[in-house]
Design a protein around this ligand. Structure first.
Ligand SMILES: [Zn+2]
Length: 458
């Protein structure tokens, strides 16, 4: 049994001092005690908080970070960005995916994330069909997570068709699209690999209502239920006004309505983006307990629009944040952008607060932990017995944290510099992965990324 002794720690019922945390050999927190002195424990002089959950990532898109900021011919919008993204997606081999993901996961750990949920749709070879090992791309992500030491919830994505209507698949879509049986086979293989690993979790995703017809959602959910009736279910929904218009034209219903009419919307579901929703759809999400998977930096980059977060917060809707296209790898940065979007729109300050929770950064951080844990389907987000020892130690020597206590520390993390400035050590499943701001595998991972990106762009 390893023992940490934190000068300050964020526990489920608030901040405490001199907190002893006993960690079992399996990486679970065994016991937490407050007001302890123990000369033999590993002392942490700063502020210890649960690591954040990145509830939505497409690791491969890290390779194109910064490369879609020049103007294409015609309109620059989500759809022109998607063409650019497809151009890179077509070229990825399993080795490329492994190298890009391994470097990304090092950066995510340094950015304060301890779990990543991969929404993964690059299944087959570029020309379509399946690899000899149909789950080889999933295994590349698993191995990258293993190398970096981040916990992984892997959501293989079912992509049944190119879009609403009789669209022809684009060349890049060939490798995403598969029959339900092939998708189920991948889920099966990943599930078997992950079964005895506490830092791995199988989930499943329907890409969107564009890619999976609503009448097939029940069949999709049934495939997962047969294997794991608790597995999280994810979907991209209502990211773009065009998707809303297409759904209304084809089905006479808006996307979230349509989804709620075809599946049992509940806490297992994570609705990614949900940007363009009506008041009624928002209330349905809130009452269902589904998680809103918000990706503020990507939504800003793609010009998606703003999720109605102020109303959703007031109604106590569940949410978490995701790095999505992975331009930003900073958990605190996503929370800051989420709040700032609403301040700019509403012309007022401190949106994510409520009676008893006056600290905006702290309230955002706590809520995103709870929603992220739900979307990842893992016992994380709390420093308490039975939860994983997934911990972030904030630098107690940082001049801006000097003399700050309690929720003011999280406010400073979120609004005054982000994770890069304050994250000092990061532990996943009881093992330190980042020490004094450095990841042991960082140099190698960065070299691998440089070689891969250079080759992909040739
Ligand atoms: Zn996405």
């Amino acid at each position: 049994m390893a023992r940490l002794l934190a000068a300050h720690a964020l526990l489920a019922d608030g901040w405490a001092e001199n907190v002893a945390i006993d960690i079992a050999p399996d990486g679970n927190i065994a016991e937490v005690a407050v007001g302890v002195t123990d000369p033999d424990a590993e002392r942490l002089s700063g502020h210890l908080v649960p690591g954040m959950i990145d509830l939505h990532s497409h690791a491969f898109q890290r390779a194109m970070a910064g490369l879609a900021q020049d103007r294409p011919a015609g309109r620059a919008d989500f759809w022109s960005w998607r063409q650019r993204m497809y151009g890179i997606a077509r070229r990825f081999t399993p080795e490329d995916l492994w190298a890009v993901a391994a470097a990304l996961y090092v950066d995510l750990l340094k950015g304060g994330y301890t779990t990543v949920v991969e929404f993964h749709y690059l299944h087959g070879p570029p020309e379509g069909g399946t690899y000899d090992d149909p789950a080889v791309m999933c295994f590349a992500l698993h191995e990258a997570a293993q190398e970096a030491g981040i916990a992984l919830t892997l959501a293989p994505v079912w992509y049944a068709r190119p879009g609403i209507g009789d669209e022809e698949p684009t060349p890049a879509q060939q490798r995403f699209i598969q029959p339900l049986a092939d998708f189920a086979d991948i889920v099966d293989r990943v599930d078997r690999l992950f079964r005895d690993d506490r830092d791995r979790r199988i989930a499943a995703a329907a890409h969107s209502l564009r890619a999976v017809p609503p009448e097939r959602m029940a069949a999709f959910a049934a495939e997962i239920d047969a294997r794991d009736p608790q597995a999280p279910l994810h979907i991209h929904v209502a990211e773009q006004p065009r998707e809303v218009a297409d759904c209304l034209a084809a089905y006479g219903a808006r996307p979230v309505e349509l989804l709620a009419d075809h599946v049992a919307l509940g806490p297992r579901w994570c609705l990614v983006h949900a940007t363009h929703i009506s008041d009624d759809e928002r209330r349905r999400m809130v009452s269902s307990g589904a998680v809103a998977g918000l990706c503020p930096s990507t939504e800003a980059d793609l010009g998606d629009g703003l999720f109605p977060f102020a109303d959703y917060w007031r109604e106590e809707g569940v949410f978490g944040v995701g790095s999505d296209a992975n331009l930003l790898t900073d958990a605190a940065g996503e929370l800051r952008l989420l709040e700032y979007g609403q301040r700019l729109q509403r012309v007022r300050r401190l949106i994510a607060t409520r009676p008893g929770e006056p600290h905006c950064g702290a309230a955002l951080y706590r809520a995103a932990l709870a929603g992220g844990a739900r979307a990842a389907g893992r016992p994380v987000g709390r420093i308490a017995p039975g939860f994983r020892a997934d911990l972030v130690h904030l630098d107690g020597d940082h001049p801006l944290l000097a003399g700050r206590r309690g929720d003011a520390v999280l406010d400073t993390l979120v609004f005054a510099g982000g994770s890069g400035a304050f994250v000092r050590d990061v532990m996943v499943g009881g093992l330190w992965r980042v020490r004094d701001g450095v990841h042991a595998d960082e140099e190698r991972a960065r070299r691998g990324l440089a070689e891969t990106v250079t080759r992909l762009l040739e």
